[in-house]
Ligand binder design. Structure first.
Ligand code: NAD
Ligand code: MN
Length: 489
């Protein structure tokens, strides 16, 4: 095993070394690579179909076991809070594992990812004692029947997650699923399994019964075996549109319940009256944060023609001010892309845009010598039908164009297969509300960016997904209503 740059004293989760009850016995492995250096630092087991079968069976039995099924709601809340306490106590190690695995600056992981994951766990830990059905009155024969509904956990949940916010996106699924009383088998992305493995260790330490939260490490084939397993009742997925479609297709034989949080090409409209001192850095970081590896990044920017040049200069200055650096370096503001494959993919988009005659401006101080770093890049006067205006890049690449009338900007914004988020920057309340209503997106941000919270639903319209995470709405994905009709006669 190669030395871990800057994280030399970090203990990797034991499960990687194949300890524990649900150790993976398959002999295949994938290499975990530090994106800041390109060096391999560990071998991650790839679960075989037999491993998946055994782990899902254990989760299926755990779902039916009195140890989990009959635990009272307050005790389930306490267990979830205990896991949150354990994550807080373990924060430096969890953050270091996540930073090493993703290449993100560790200071950002400590300030953003870990607090978010813990906040979600605590927010949904408040639900078990509040989940309730309702009473109803029959329309035609109200006096003759007593009708009520129960909300019952759906069963074993497969959570399948990507590499851009590994712990956060896993927790968006795990927290509501556990609150509902489900059991969960999580398959993290092959690039970033470490935080999930550590989370499962902590869950065991604080007393979650065996099989309630398990991890299967592996690749797309492992994910496919998990998603199509007959004992999985529901799949919660975040990732690419193509994989989401494959999971939906595979769900048909068993009619599994599916939620899909897929990608986007989220537009931002920057009006002439916007407060440029805040709108420019927000429009810039809405695209460049996490090196553009954000599902709801604002990657298409429409700017009023009267301020187009000024805004682009401002955004270039914000890009150039960002320090690209290693994950262990506390001065770093942007990390590398996750892999050589993603670097090639993002470079390909920019190269093809340039070849098509689109002007692309690189806004970066200096790129580290090794690793998969990609500079913030701004493209000018991008035609609406250009590939770079239509496809998700998943890199710090901003496609811009000027507009004259707000109606034109809304039409440009809505001219997309995707609909995850949209943004409008204006001081005019009337424009803000009208535009928010007209934009085809699951979330519209007015004069702000990149906010998600357990308080409100998040998800996509059109090709950006199906169903919602977060809010109280996400609980519907993990609970089945059951109606009980009692004759009173
Ligand atoms: P992916 O969708 O293929 O992978 C996401 C997860 O799904 C991983 O855990 C993967 O192992 C698993 N998976 C792959 N094939 C599967 C299958 N057939 N059945 C079940 N699970 C399967 O994404 P990727 O290949 O890592 O990235 C490709 C592109 O996806 C990126 O360039 C980006 O555009 C997009 N992406 C979007 C998000 C998001 O947050 N919406 C996150 C990561 C990537
Ligand atoms: Mn990794």
């Amino acid at each position: 095993m190669t030395a871990l740059h800057g994280f030399e004293n970090l203990a990797l989760p034991d499960t990687i070394l194949r300890a524990g009850d649900d150790a993976i016995t398959g002999t295949a492995t994938s290499v975990d690579i530090d994106p800041c250096t390109g060096d391999a630092f560990g071998d991650i087991p790839v679960a075989s179909p037999a491993d998946v079968d055994r782990i899902v069976d254990a989760a299926w039995h755990a779902f039916r076991s009195p140890a989990w099924r009959d635990i009272n709601p307050l005790a389930r809340e306490r267990l979830m809070h205990r896991l949150a306490d354990a994550m807080e106590a373990d924060l430096p190690r969890l953050a270091a594992l996540e930073a090493l695995d993703t290449g993100k600056p560790v200071a950002i992981v400590e300030a953003v990812d870990l607090p978010a994951a813990i906040a979600w766990l605590r927010a949904y830990a408040g639900w078990p004692s509040k989940i309730a059905g309702r009473a109803g009155t029959l329309s035609a024969t109200p006096g003759s029947y007593h009708v009520y509904s129960r909300r019952e956990p759906i069963g074993v949940v497969a959570a399948i997650t990507p590499w851009n916010f590994p712990l956060v996106l896993a927790m968006w699924k795990i927290a509501p699923a556990l609150a509902a009383g489900c059991t969960v088998v999580l398959k993290p992305a092959p690039e970033t399994p470490l935080s999930a493995l550590r989370l499962a260790e902590l869950a065991r330490e604080v007393g979650f019964p065996a099989g309630v939260l398990s991890i299967v490490t592996g690749d797309g084939a492992t994910g496919a075996a998990l998603a199509s397993h007959p004992r999985i009742a529901k799949v919660a997925f975040t990732g690419s549109t193509a994989t989401g479609q494959a999971i939906l297709a595979a769900s048909v034989p068993d009619l599994k319940r599916i939620t899909l949080e897929l990608g986007g090409k989220s537009p931002s409209i920057l009006c002439a009256d916007a407060d440029l001192a805040t709108a420019i850095p927000q429009a810039a970081m809405g695209c460049f944060f996490n090196s553009g590896q954000v599902c709801y990044a604002g990657t298409r920017l429409y700017v009023h023609r009267s301020i187009y040049d000024q805004v682009l200069e401002g955004i270039a200055a914000v890009g150039a001010s960002q320090k690209l650096g290693r994950s262990a370096d506390r001065e770093s503001q942007l990390g590398p892309l996750i892999s050589a494959r993603q670097h090639e993919r993002v470079s390909g988009f920019v190269d093809r845009a340039r070849a098509a005659g689109i002007e692309a401006m690189t806004a970066s101080s200096a790129l580290p010598r090794s690793g998969y770093y990609f500079p913030p890049t701004i493209l000018r006067d991008v035609p609406p039908d250009a590939e770079i205006a239509r496809d998700e890049v998943f890199g710090p690449v901003l496609a811009t164009a000027p507009f004259d009338e707000i109606e034109e900007a809304v039409a440009l914004a809505n001219d997309s297969a995707f609909g995850l988020a949209a943004h409008v920057f204006t001081k005019d309340l009337s424009v803000a509300h009208r535009t928010a209503a007209a934009l085809e997106a699951g979330t519209v941000f007015v004069n702000c960016i990149l906010l998600a919270d357990p308080a409100f639903p998040f998800g996509g319209v059109k090709m950006s997904g199906m169903g919602r995470e977060n809010g109280s709405e996400v609980l519907d994905a993990y609970l089945e209503p059951k109606s009980i009709v009692m004759a009173l006669a």
